[in-house]
Design a protein around this ligand. Structure first.
Ligand code: HEC
Ligand code: HEC
Length: 376
């Protein structure tokens, strides 16, 4: 593989500029979106941000009453102290179920145009709905959740202030939660790589700087992890190894089978269901089995374990996996090949990956939640 870097006039930086990649699958040159600090967070015109809406969203994010049996809030599986995931290889599930996927971080989720490991939802608003009402996460009935909100005077007051309505509706709850999530983003001044991109040469060690070159060159990571989010938001199969925790746990297998049935997976495949089919659930195309949306590489310091099934505990393991040419799967992407990175080069790549995390984790303390009041 041969790479040719382009000078980017806009950034004026050799290392951060767009890259020309020759000798790819089709032998054609390709340009990738340049790395750099995140732009301002995108906000949909029909759900503008305000301080009061953020505060309301924060309360609701922690409120277990937005789930079926009032036991499970968003924060149950997206805990700030666990990098806004749940810390396990595979996520917990709604009581009585156990999830078959790793709980993603919600940090910087506001930048994706496709959410979830298989990218099936396109806005944070509809994602919150899918999470709270989905049977394996919140399992809440929307009408019941709405009635609960309406019997909490503090929420009635806050919904009126934020949305100008007399009674809270559940879709407004999702709007407020999405607004809160739009504040859970990396700030350039806290991220060494971003400070470097903004021309502070001292923000990165020489090791991390060599890591950038490897990332965009020999290691080929930039083919899929590009742009400020370090994700092409496309789908690839890496042949990630299976997770023994799934193989030995009947509850997780039941949840996966449930997923197969509800997603309309054909009988024959469902009967022998033993793995997560990723993008296939949406397209039902053989070629999409085992493809997942490329995740961002920001804040990795705080979001272990890694991959859709949490199979890797450390970034060293992830780098070794890519160095071997990733895994083994009939659908494996032709973009991953053995890399031949030396020990030193692997350390350099790691130093760069770590420079994409904030100096300190973003922690928000759980708020005091308002109580129900009996109606006269
Ligand atoms: C029982 C655990 C659980 C609960 C409760 C839960 N989540 Fe999740 N969350 C997950 C898992 C697991 C995934 C990945 C699921 C998948 O890809 O199918 C996920 C994915 C997400 C994502 C996508 C991130 C990305 O990179 O695409 C967002 C955003 C999110 N959750 C927000 C929420 C919100 C908001 C709530 C509350 C309304 C919530 N979650 C409740 C476990 C949970
Ligand atoms: C062919 C596209 C592609 C290439 C090339 C690629 N990645 Fe990935 N990366 C992905 C996808 C897709 C996933 C999620 C895979 C899964 O869970 O099955 C991923 C996951 C990861 C993760 C885990 C992130 C998390 O939050 O769980 C890390 C770290 C990572 N890649 C780093 C790298 C590095 C370093 C390189 C270069 C050596 C690289 N990637 C090359 C597509 C790619």
């Amino acid at each position: 593989m041969r790479t040719v870097r382009l000078f980017s006039a806009a950034l004026g930086s050799l290392l951060l500029g767009a890259l020309l990649w020759t000798g790819g699958a089709l032998g054609q040159a390709q340009r990738f979106a340049p790395l750099g600090p995140l732009p301002p967070v995108p906000v949909p015109p029909d759900n503008p941000m305000s301080a009061a809406k953020i505060e309301l969203g924060q309360l609701l994010f922690w409120d277990t009453r937005l789930s079926g049996d009032a036991s499970t809030s968003c924060a149950s599986c997206h805990d700030p102290k666990q990098g806004w995931g749940d810390g396990g290889k595979l996520s917990r599930g709604y009581p009585g179920t156990e999830h078959w996927r790793n709980s993603q971080t919600v940090l910087n989720a506001a930048y994706y145009s496709k959410l979830f490991w298989a990218g099936e939802v396109t806005s944070l608003e509809s994602q919150a709905d899918a999470a709270a009402a989905g049977n394996v996460a919140g399992n809440g009935d929307p009408i019941m959740m709405e009635e609960r909100l309406r019997q909490i005077p503090e929420y009635v007051r806050r919904f009126k202030e934020v949305f100008g309505v007399d009674r809270p509706t559940i879709s407004m709850a999702w709007m407020a939660i999405a607004t809160f999530e739009r504040t859970l983003v990396s700030k350039a001044e806290d991220v060494p790589f971003d400070r470097y991109a903004k021309r502070d040469q001292s923000a990165l060690s020489p090791e991390a700087k060599r890591g950038i070159a490897l990332f965009q060159g020999k290691a080929g990571c930039v083919q899929c992890h590009n742009g400020p989010l370090l994700s092409d938001e496309s789908y690839h199969n890496l042949g990630v190894p299976r997770n023994p925790e799934f193989e030995s746990n009947p509850l997780r297998q039941i949840t996966l089978r449930y997923q197969h049935v509800t997603r309309g997976v054909p009988e024959k495949i469902y009967r022998s269901a033993d793995r997560d089919l990723g993008l296939y659930y949406i397209t039902k195309q053989e070629i999409d089995k085992g493809k997942f949306r490329t995740p961002s590489l920001r804040e990795l310091k705080y979001t272990a374990p890694y991959m859709h099934n949490g199979t890797f505990e450390t970034l060293e393991e992830v780098i070794d996996f890519y160095n071997r040419g990733a895994g083994d799967d009939p659908n494996k992407s032709s973009l991953v090949k053995p890399l031949g990175l030396s020990d030193r080069e692997r350390k350099e790549l790691l130093a760069f990956l770590l420079s994409l995390s904030s100096d300190h984790p973003l922690i928000v303390e759980p708020p005091d939640l308002p109580g129900y009041v009996a109606l006269k």
